[in-house]
Design a protein. Sequence first.
Length: 477
Amino acid sequence: MVPQLDSFIGGRFRRGPRAFPDIHPVDGSTVACVTEATADMVDEAVSAARGAVAGDWGRTTVRERAAALHRIADAIEARFDEFVAREVADTGKPVALASRLDVPRAAANFRIFADVIKTACVESFHTEMPDGRAALNYAVRKPLGVVGIITPWNLPLLLLTWKVAPALACGNAVVVKPSEETPWTATLLADAMRTAGIPDGVYNVVHGFGPGSAGEFLSSHPEIDAITFTGETRTGAAIMAAAASTVKPLSFELGGKNAAVVFADCDFDETIDGLADAVFLNTGQVCLCAERVYVERAVFEHIVGALKERAEALAPNLGPLISAQHREKVLSYYRLAREEGACVETGGGVPQFGDRRDNGFFVEPTILTGLPESARCVKEEIFGPVCHIAPFDSEDEAIAKANDTLYGLAASIWTSDLKRAHRVAAQMRAGITWVNCWFLRDLRTPFGGVGLSGIGREGGLHSLNFYSALNNVCVKL
């Protein structure tokens, strides 16, 4: 018997009337049976959350909420191995990656926002009037109320806690709809919440799909006060349309077609190490991954050859894609690349292992060259372990090519010239630009995209401002 995962509403688990399988991407086996929340169950989750905000949770002080967030982090770490195992079962990613990135970062998210909320300032002004009188104007930070959180399958626990932590820090209650592909850790977090003593109704989970299911019920719910979503651009547009009639705050971190710009004066070994991560980490299933690599012509062949060697060395240990459907999408782009005239430097197919992994959703890490900038494989997000590498001859050309996209999430620059690094970074049309590194973050800094990559900013005070209602108080002195 496989475990059953139910929704978590008002402090208890609730079984939905219909079930669907949670599939392990490594071998296609069923690791859990998930029950789908109905519209009535979503209503109950929203009501439970609203009751929590109106009750004891809504009366907690900043220091009390910060202490609660630290207890949640402790509860995650106390069950570290179980969180790792569930994240691996859902995503198929290597244990080492989940142990190094996903679960530690989940605990860190709660600790970071516990500390940020304790030190967050608000505005205060002494206002002088023409008649000589004065007034004091100051801001008060209040919770929005009930926040709907819809999360993706690529970094399920990390991106879930990245939203839940600041929402709770500001005094809100949440209703979470995790991806149907990765329901485990959102459910396990409910147990961690209970261990940490979080009141019933503060954290709720509704399982299901998008249209006609929990995702649509949540995003169109009139009693949801704000929605935050990370995922595909088309899904973000659908959520925006569903939420439009109730005019509520939205925060979206969406897709990307990110560029890496490599200059001839880069530290070669450091650059190859960074590009290997930027292209292939988590099997390319990271919104920040670099799918377009622009290399100064003098070192173009050298970079292509070295990255090809790295891809082939990584191939035996690369995790699977999330699902059979997503694998077919990535493979369709591999086929399209050939039709568009690409040179496949390495990869481009499906590996054979001779074991249970042949029933999973693996693809080969792939490097393409030779495509025009107008090619679909250069313009459209693939979200797999693939990049296209193209040469450039001048700084201006590199900047123009990097910015020639409807997306604008991330970019990286690889150079030993500090002046050039600052100059080029300032011209990147992206929410975050790395210089001689990738995926390095200070969680207090603004994070988000432009264009089709999203709206709003998360991180530190930026997250607190989204999850808060800032009210002005004006006192005549």
